[in-house]
Design a protein around this ligand. Structure first.
Ligand SMILES: [Zn+2]
Length: 84
């Protein structure tokens, strides 16, 4: 996935990088409970390939993976910070 930012910076993200960075509660954990990504060391190929990307309002992208996991909402500041 590639994003061209307003300042002209073009950043390419791998599906694997995005999957491991999934910000959803299930992956990250919530209220002190560890998330799924802190409990596993590997993910299956279906989990690491992007099926669909949807724009959420003006502020974020929802990324759906082939595994069906689609609860991650990646805000643009979050995406930008991933690679800055
Ligand atoms: Zn997630």
């Amino acid at each position: 996935m590639e994003i061209t930012w307003e300042d002209g910076n073009r950043i390419t993200y791998s599906a694997e990088q995005l999957r491991w960075a999934c910000p959803c509660a299930e992956c990250r954990g919530e209220m002190g409970a560890p998330g799924r990504l802190s409990r596993v060391k590997t993910l299956s190929p279906e989990e690491l390939s992007i099926k669909d990307v949807t724009l959420v309002g003006q502020y974020a992208l929802q990324i759906a993976f082939e595994s069906g996991h689609a609860t991650g909402i990646y805000t643009f500041p979050y995406l930008r910070a991933l690679r800055s």
